[in-house]
Structures are given as structure tokens and as C-alpha cells.
Ligand binder design. Structure first.
Ligand code: G4P
Length: 565
């Protein structure tokens, strides 16, 4: 059974009944509106991960379209390609046609508040994406049907895996000639050791793609309108409907039925526990560009995506009280608005109720601070908010005391594990090109390191502490130089270093490291031991020559041992 709904543009959308109504799809009683335990259940907070061009922006836009946040498709794309109102450092985004900044987009749908964490599209800013994933409760992995799993998807998958968040897969561009669905499923299983559980099945591919079969209800959603800028209608049929025979070749209907039989007999059953443990991924097929399957996906996604946990899943020290506010800073960004020249810290709320003007403690230092201004940021727009609940992302003005990864809390101290640090792949020394601007250069660089725009390493052995900067993407250096110049009026000169890898090392006390010829022993900005190496071969040498050490490619912060600098 399906229910039909009249859409504002006059078309009919047919909602599949397989999709359970999300929790709390009812008007909230007065007292519930401010209750974190109730509001938590309404939240769905997730990020979309994909290789560039797989369709992340298009899907985001379509989700907002179906969520009613934008009227006509094009708004997000416009943001990506035109970027009219921007702060000066975002000039760089315009010049390069890339998206560096990322925030959160929110919309209400079917009784849920959906928080979509927006991540930069360019892989050079993947460090930012990695950190943003720390604030998500689930990830949507978009795969291009023709290209399958690509390198960036693989890297982002590893981060989701590290964070143990459930992954829902959207196989996009089914309207293009590409691989067959079974090939994609096999690839997901082989490359990620994830069991794919199809939720729907496409009828036809490429130009012939005309519908999907809901594998739970057996309803056939027939797409009728390829016009992509509005919510397009889908009609629901059953296998014996005459309209089905009129819409598809008999061989196509037959082969689709055979494929579905195979999926049902040979495939695994969906198991929520396995999904939550990152062992299974529900898979939806569709086409974001033509809207085919997007609404079906959105309903299915809301049912699958877990609400924020009442005991935050992140490791932490201290007791979480569901009524007390706690959250952590996963992003700091300066000069979002050139008129204010301020720094905004993005906080993921984990527990309790955030209220404007409330006093919170910074868990790292114990200092108390009043959060006078909090806002929701959508591109250049800032909307002041008075309250927020677990799962929400709020922007607070950064008074200069916040560090990336800081926990803010009300009541007894709770301290969430810090954000992981990922191995840079590009290294350089940045020199101040105008000695009269030295002070500004140093201040600017220190702030950019604090923001996480770049990582910093110090030579552990040299008496003069040479600072080597490291970044996962080369373009991060352009951003740093650009911002030093535009925000601090401090010109700089970049000298590349030939390192390619950083590895954090646990070294037994008082022992020395035997390094490959071109390796360097350093400490990072938090004081952790690390080595910079030129190749994988050097890495093997390091491990072979120093059997007592433990090498990490990702530094997970242990808040007890971090000595703030
Ligand atoms: P990204 O954010 O992951 O980088 O991908 P984006 O959404 O920008 O999509 C990349 C290209 O793929 C775009 O085309 C977009 O229109 C196209 N695309 C996205 N989803 C689908 C789909 O379901 N089917 C088809 N056929 N194409 C799709 P472009 O030519 O690069 O950009 P534009 O000129 O359309 O803006």
C-alpha cells in the first residue's frame, strides 16, 4: 500500500509504505519542544561522501529540494559554481572554482530535522571532510554507477570505518550507460568488506532507466518526468499492472524480475546491528540529476539513519548527563564574513539543550565562557538561534580560546576524544617574505594551525626549531598563503620539502630512532613524536630498524596527554 500526497507544484508524490514513519512524526506537546530527549529522536545528522563528480552536490541539492529548503534545483549548484557573496579569502574559491568552506544544511522532512554536513568537494581539502565526518552519525556514500568505487571514496570510507559510523550507499547516475548493478554490489563487498543490501532495484539503465522496484513492498515506482528542476512524480504500479507492459520491453521486465529473484535468494537479509556496526550497507539506486529514486531514497534514509545516541558514541571522559549540554568543536573558520572579521567555531551538540547566552566550560582548560551568539550558517546567511539539541550544528563566535577538538559542556566536565590528525602528503617551510610583518606572519600562522587549516611539525633534534608545515592537499598551502596575505597582510614564500608521509610514533622511553637517510624526527604542534619520510620504502626501513616502536598513520588524540600549546 502506498499513500499519495499532493505536492505544492500540483504533482502527486507517492510515498512508499515500506518506509516506516520516522519516530515522533506528530506535533510535539508544548513541554516536549524543549526537551533534549524528545528532540534528539527527531534529529538525523549525516554527511555525504563521494569522489569528485560522483554527484554529491546534485544529490545534496535534490535532498534540499525534497526537504522544501529550496524551491528549484540550481541553488546549491549556484553556490558551487557562482559563489556571488563571499568573504575575501573565499575569493580563492572563486578563482579556482573550488569549494573550501563547509558548513551544515538543515531541513525538516517527515517529522525529522535533517542536518546535512556539507563538506568541500575538492579532494585537497579532504582533511576538513575527515574532521566533519567526526560530527556525523551516519554517512551517505555516493557512487557513480559507471565508475564504481574511486580513490577518494575509498579514503573517505576508511575514515567512516575508523569512526564506526553506519554507511548508506546511493548508486547514482543509473540514467547513464555504465556497469550493471551486480558489479557495483560485488565491488562494494570486495573493496570494503561491507555486505551490500539492496533496498531497491532499477528497471533498465542508461536511457532506458524508467523506474525502481522497492524490494520491501515489491511496489514499482515508474518515473514519468525527466525534468530535473522540480520534484518529479512517480507512479506506483504492481507487477501485473497493464501500464507496466506498456512502459517497458517484455524482456526488460523479465530480466529485472530474474535479477530481483537472485538478489532475494542469494543476498543477505538486512540486519540493523550489522548496519550500525559498519558491516552492512543498504544500497539505493537512482539518478540525482533526474530525481529518479531520490524521494524513495530520502524516506528510506530517514528510517535507516540513527538519531544521535543518548550516550554519545564518541569516546569521552566524564559522565554524560542527557539534560546537560555538551558538544565539541570540529571546525574553526575565520572571516566567513569579511564585514565582521570574526572566527566561527562549529560545534556539534552531543547532549542536553543548548541555549543562547548560556555559560559553558571549556573541558581542556576548565575555563568558563558565555556563548552569547550562536547561529546556523547556510552559505553566507547567518540565522541567530536560541536553542539547539543533540545532532545540531551551531556556529559560535570564537573568542580566541577555542581549539579544534575542544569540548564545551555545562555542569560536570565531559571531555570528548579529540579530532584525529591525518598524515599530510605535502610538506613545506613557509618563510615570512617581509620582515617588517613578522609579528603578523607569526600570529596568522599560529591561528591557521589552530583552525586546522594546516599542520605544523618542529624538528625534534635541531636547536633552531625549524617549522615544517604539512597538508593532506596541496591547495591547503595556497589557502594558507592567500589568507596570510589577505587577512594579516603578511606575504610569505613557500619552500617545498620532499617528504611524502608523516607517521606518528610511540617510542620507548629514552630510546633513539634509527631513521632512513632522508627521514626527519619531529614533534607535531601538540608535542607528539612523529617522523617525516620520503617514501613507503623509508617507512619499511623505519619499522624494520626500530622494532620497539609503534607507528600510526592517523593520530588519535588522547586528551589526557595533550599538553596545549
Ligand atoms: P560532485 O559534487 O560529487 O563533484 O558532483 P556533482 O553533483 O557536481 O556532479 C558532477 C556531474 O555529474 C555534473 O555534471 C552533474 O550534473 C552530473 N550528475 C550528477 N548526478 C547525475 C545523474 O544522476 N545523472 C547524470 N547523467 N549526471 C549526473 P557537469 O556536467 O560536470 O556539471 P553541470 O554542467 O551539470 O553543472
Amino acid at each position: 500500500m502506498s499513500t499519495a500526497e499532493n505536492l505544492p507544484d500540483g504533482t502527486i508524490s507517492t510515498r512508499p509504505s515500506i518506509i516506516e514513519r520516522p519516530l515522533l512524526d506528530r506535533p510535539l506537546a508544548g513541554h516536549e519542544a524543549h526537551d533534549p530527549a524528545v528532540q534528539r529522536l527527531r534529529r538525523r545528522t549525516f554527511a555525504i561522501i563521494s569522489h569528485p563528480d560522483a554527484g554529491k552536490t546534485t544529490l545534496t541539492e535534490k535532498l534540499l529540494l525534497f526537504g522544501g529548503s529550496i524551491d528549484v534545483a540550481g541553488a546549491v549548484r549556484g553556490r558551487k559554481t557562482q559563489k556571488s557573496a563571499t568573504s575575501d579569502w573565499m575569493e580563492l574559491e572563486k578563482q579556482r572554482g573550488i569549494s573550501v568552506s563547509s558548513t551544515a544544511l538543515s531541513f525538516e522532512f517527515a517529522g525529522c530535522q535533517v542536518n546535512l554536513l556539507d563538506t568541500p568537494g575538492h579532494h585537497d581539502f579532504s582533511e576538513d571532510t575527515y574532521r566533519t565526518l567526526m560530527a556525523a552519525d551516519a554517512a551517505v556514500m555516493v557512487i557513480d554507477m559507471a565508475k564504481g568505487i574511486e580513490t577518494q571514496t575509498e579514503k573517505l570510507f576508511q575514515v567512516c570505518h575508523l569512526r564506526k559510523i553506519p554507511i548508506i550507499t546511493f548508486v547514482n547516475k543509473v540514467d547513464r550507460p555504465g556497469r550493471v548493478p551486480f558489479e557495483i554490489l560485488e565491488e562494494i563487498e570486495r573493496r570494503f568488506s561491507l555486505t551490500p543490501i539492496p533496498q531497491n532495484w532499477p528497471i533498465g539503465a542508461g536511457a532506458e532507466f524508467g523506474g525502481i522496484v522497492d524490494l520491501h513492498t515489491d511496489d514499482i515506482h515508474l518515473f514519468q518526468d525527466r525534468q530535473s528542476s522540480r520534484r518529479s512524480a512517480s507512479k506506483v504500479l504492481s507487477w501485473d499492472d497493464t501500464e507496466l507492459a506498456e512502459s517497458f520491453r517484455p524482456e526488460l521486465i523479465e530480466s529485472t524480475q530474474e535479477e530481483i529473484d537472485l538478489v532475494r535468494t542469494a543476498g543477505d537479509e538486512f540486519d540493523r546491528e550489522k548496519f550500525m556496526a559498519g558491516e552492512q550497507t543498504p544500497v539505493f539506486f537512482g539518478s540525482a540529476l533526474t530525481n529518479f529514486g531520490v524521494e524513495h531514497f530520502l524516506h528510506g534514509f530517514l528510517k535507516l539513519c540513527p538519531p544521535p545516541s543518548n550516550q554519545a558514541t564518541l569516546a569521552h571522559q566524564g559522565e554524560i548527563d542527557d539534560q546537560n549540554f555538551s558538544g565539541f568543536i570540529f571546525k574553526i573558520q575565520a572571516n566567513l564574513d569579511p564585514r565582521h572579521r570574526d572566527r566561527v567555531a562549529f560545534v556539534r551538540v552531543c547532549s542536553g539543550r543548548f541555549q543562547r547566552d548560556m555559560e559553558v566550560s571549556i573541558a581542556r582548560s576548565g575555563r568558563k565562557i558565555r556563548l552569547a551568539r550562536a547561529m546556523r550558517i547556510f552559505g553566507q546567511e547567518r540565522i541567530t538561534i536560541d536553542e539547539a539539541f543533540p545532532g545540531d550544528i551551531i556556529g559560535v563566535i570564537c573568542p580566541g580560546e577555542f581549539r579544534l577538538g575542544d569540548t564545551l559542556c555545562e555542569g560536570p566536565i565531559v571531555n570528548y576524544e579529540g579530532l584525529p590528525q591525518f598524515s599530510p602528503e605535502f610538506f613545506a617551510v613557509l618563510e615570512c617574505a617581509d620582515t617588517s610583518r613578522r609579528k603578523q606572519f607569526d600570529r596568522g600562522l599560529a591561528q591557521l594551525v589552530e583552525e586546522g587549516a594546516i599542520q605544523m611539525f618542529y624538528d625534534a633534534k635541531a636547536t633552531r626549531r625549524e617549522m615544517i608545515l604539512g597538508a593532506v592537499g596541496e591547495l591547503q598551502f595556497d589557502v594558507v598563503q592567500f589568507r596570510l596575505q589577505s587577512e594579516y597582510n603578511a606575504p610569505s614564500k613557500l619552500n617545498w620539502r620532499s617528504f611524502k608521509v608523516a607517521r606518528w610514533v610511540d617510542i620507548p622511553k629514552d630510546s633513539e630512532l634509527t631513521l632512513p637517510y632522508a627521514g626527519k624526527w619531529v614533534t607535531d604542534q601538540f608535542g607528539y613524536n612523529a617522523v617525516l619520510l620520503q617514501s613507503e620504502w623509508d617507512l619499511k626501513f623505519l619499522e624494520r630498524e626500530n622494532p620497539g616502536i609503534v607507528v600510526h598513520s592517523i593520530r588519535r588524540h588522547d586528551s589526557e596527554t595533550i599538553s596545549p600549546k
